[in-house]
Design a protein around this ligand. Structure first.
Ligand SMILES: [Zn+2]
Ligand SMILES: [Zn+2]
Length: 283
């Protein structure tokens, strides 16, 4: 087994391509120490989310395979709880979840919900509806703050997903004071609520080493604030499960990351970044 783990994994119960067992088999082949599933929590406005019935089957199936493969890999049952779904720590205490990733994918205007990562055209329409990009960004980050304060997820998913269509700085510059101040406010709430921040590398590749959430500046601030990080691929297929996992470590080391959290033996442990991808003498 190696120090490789991913807790942000989608299956065919939501918008992922593969079944739970296919993903587990792939992770075993790649010698993952642990693997967590994070289906999109049921939310009527989100076409990518799991159905209510599907969620029950999903949890049952994870439990089943957790037992079947327990000698080969540690399997964890999680969820990517959208801020607007009715799935959070205050309302679903009965659900057998090992962890929650809290994510914001929508903002609202009091009447309707607007997805911020569906498509560029859709994003443009959302900006038009609210008047300007600054309002959209502030609403997005305010939702993260409210989510962290009220739902207290273990992990905050793709912290600055609002940058998805701004990777070439088409909409705003992330160095502007108002943007930096807003991110600072978000980090303050995350720190107070002891959440772990995910480094989400779904879009990262050799040609775009900056395509990760949060951006490099924010990762540096997270390190200064001593907020824990966890590395996730946000996989939607087996090919995405460890895609750019080891390569991304070099970028993180350059930023000064020394350790990151990994879910092992039912708790979030600090693992030296130099051990990531390496063999574990594990019993
Ligand atoms: Zn998400
Ligand atoms: Zn996701």
């Amino acid at each position: 087994m190696k120090y490789i783990s991913n807790l942000h994994t989608h299956t065919n119960y939501c918008d992922g391509k593969n079944s739970i067992e296919e993903i587990i088999k792939y992770a075993i082949e790649k010698e993952f120490i642990s693997l967590g599933f994070s289906g999109h929590s049921n939310f009527s406005k989100d076409e990518c989310s799991m159905t209510k019935e599907g969620t029950i089957k999903y949890l049952y199936e994870i439990k089943k395979y957790k037992e079947i493969y327990k000698d080969k890999i540690q399997i964890y049952s999680g969820i990517e709880a959208d801020y607007y779904s009715d799935l959070n720590k205050n309302t679903d205490k009965e659900m057998p979840l090992d962890y929650r990733i809290g994510s914001v994918h929508f903002i609202d205007d009091g009447k309707d919900y607007f997805c911020i990562d569906m498509s560029k055209d859709n994003f443009n329409e959302t900006i038009k509806h609210f008047g300007n990009i600054k309002i959209v960004i502030e609403k997005y980050f305010d939702n993260i703050i409210k989510m962290v304060e009220t739902q207290k997820p273990d992990i905050v998913g793709h912290l600055d997903l609002i940058r998805k269509y701004n990777l070439n700085k088409e909409y705003f510059t992330e160095e502007e004071d108002w943007y930096i101040e807003k991110v600072e406010e978000v980090l303050k709430h995350i720190k107070e609520n002891n959440s772990i921040v995910e480094v989400n590398i779904k879009l990262m590749n050799q040609n775009n080493l900056d395509a990760h959430y949060p951006n490099k500046r924010t990762i540096k601030r997270i390190l200064e604030a001593n907020i824990p990080l966890i590395l996730n691929t946000d996989a939607h297929s087996i090919n995405g499960l460890d895609k750019f996992y080891c390569e991304s470590l070099e970028e993180l080391k350059k930023l000064g990351v020394k350790k990151m959290k990994m879910l092992i033996d039912n708790s979030f442990k600090d693992i030296d970044i130099n051990l990531f991808g390496k063999d574990i003498n594990y019993k």
